[in-house]
Write a protein that binds this ligand. Sequence first.
Ligand code: COA
Length: 259
Amino acid sequence: MYHTLLTELENGTLIITINRPDKMNALNRDVIAELGAVLNDVYHKDEIKSAIITGAGEKAFVAGADITEFLALGKEGGSALARKGCELVFDKIENCPKPVIAAVNGFSLGGGCELAMACHFRIASVNAKFGQPEVNLGLIPGYGGTQRMTQLIGKGKAMELMMTADMTGADEAKSLGLVNYVVPAEELLQKAKDILQKIHLKAPLAIESIIACVNDAARCNPHGFDNETERFGACFATEDMKEGTAAFLEKRKAMFKGK
Ligand code: COA
């Protein structure tokens, strides 16, 4: 169905594999358009409860935006490329009401690092490498990297990584807070699936609100506290809250419906 992606739905998790391994899974227009389309499915299809984004092959998650498409661009074209990518993919992932996690299986550079950072959290294989090397091309990150990297690892280290274009390995990425776990390559997808299975057992509307409120905090949204208060209240009007509290008092497992 897609030319640049492989998709597989397993136990409610849609595994989205960017499939241009001979080009290090670089994000060309087709990949961006197809990611945009598949994300619409994640948003709207009830059978999809969560998603994992990963890269095909053993070398790369995504080695950036497709540099061959940059040559023809001027000022307007550059801005449009960034804006469209953010709208179709990067912001859509960040704001997705269902959990989306990155399983980073190799080079995660430029737009690839930005793609991983747009996900709700990241798991890396031991061979993963992260970096924002745009400055080598006379560019800056354009898919939210200056913002999200600063949110995730703080100003000083974000400045250094973006200004030097240095790559950071999986263990350092973990110590920086860029990734949550580092696992052997062959365990990467399973680790991501296991975490999502745990999340699938929780109340979906509460998960949606956690994503929205934590995103507010990361963006220093001054309305974040108010949003939390409002969403906390809204939880009380859900069937799932009644079920969750009743199940606790009856000493049984809650069965949530997302209502
Ligand atoms: N855009 C377009 N093509 C890319 C690409 C990108 N971001 N990254 C890799 N490729 C292509 C290479 O041009 C090469 O194509 P070819 O076989 O037709 O020549 C192929 O993928 C394999 O890459 P190669 O550089 O030969 O592999 P490597 O193992 O020597 O190096 C990297 C791997 C990731 C270190 C290197 O490819 C690289 O630095 N890529 C660019 C990273 C970057 O600057 N990203 C930010 C873009 S804004």
